[in-house]
Design a protein around this ligand. Sequence first.
Ligand code: PMP
Length: 372
Amino acid sequence: TDNPSLSPWDELPVRDELRGKSPYGAPQLDVPVRLNTNENPYPLPDALVERITERVREAARNLNRYPDRDAVELRTQLARYLTDTSGHEVGLANVWAANGSNEVIQQLLQTFGGPGRTAIGFEPSYSMHGLIARGTGTGWISGPRNEDFTIDLAAAEKAIAEHRPDVVFVTTPNNPTGNAVPPGTVLALYEAAQAAKPSMVVVDEAYVEFSHGDSLLPLIEGRPNLVVSRTMSKAFGAAGLRLGYLAAHPAVVDAVQLVRLPYHLSAVAQATALAALEHTDTLLGYVEQLKSERDRLVAELRAIGFDVTESDANFVQFGTFADSHAAWQRILDRGVLVRDNGVPGWLRVTAGTPAENDAFLDAVRELKKEQG
Ligand code: PMP
């Protein structure tokens, strides 16, 4: 304790595997154009804000009581949304909801991972899969990807056979690269995972509403170890709500009950999410605008001379830079915050409003001129 080089951190009896690690930390900076966390740029429409207010007012009268622990009305409406948009019939028993898909993923790892078990993801991918694995005591295996950021199926199958992970993450469309994983690849990974263990395959579809292709939700039929994870943070424009959900065989929904905290989903969150689901059509209209802005970003970035990874999401990965962090800073200096995910040579920009995207494109045009 007398050693001045020891910080209080060093002295805390923190778990060994957390020591020296960094928390998830996308910068929250106050700049004019924020295109760094894949949020939806459109504020919720007034009619929906009104409906939320009504529903929350009702919920407020009963805040002396715990919320519906099983979130039955909400899960029923989420199931209806999934059925309507995928053409595959899912019901209440197939759906579970939590505070953001991050909590869904945490509950899945608490249920199917944990000490003595491992999970694999194909990186670069969503960094929280590995961080939540660590937080739940699950060993993390970083699986390979091709140079063009597609999944190298043969290498992935080999990694699964070799490590026999308990949980396999497949993010499609992938974050931060933006590309979708072909359904055939997901099926092959599922087969490999079953042959090796059998293990759970978690298909993270946080961005699927922005995809040119369809949700893989119908694949849960006859595949009890396949889980599709979704969120209201992106397509529903409700990142502040914190509402994620999964669709799977009812046995999976039963299993996560063993680890979920009682009353984890507040009555206010349930009321707000239900209001948002009543306005699904309007919100999906914004998704269409964002998809066309995403396609415009891809085309214009290529026209400027950048390399761009094919995108099925509401963001675009572009490069390449000798020093991507320096490029990130130069873009920030022009008032536009994009994301440096630590993928060497590449940056990621979220599709914003047309005006925000114009500001971004102006900034990177100037950057390109500077750098030649
Ligand atoms: N999965 C992926 C692939 C993501 O990119 C994100 C958010 N950036 C999430 C899950 C978590 O989102 P949320 O907890 O807001 O649902």
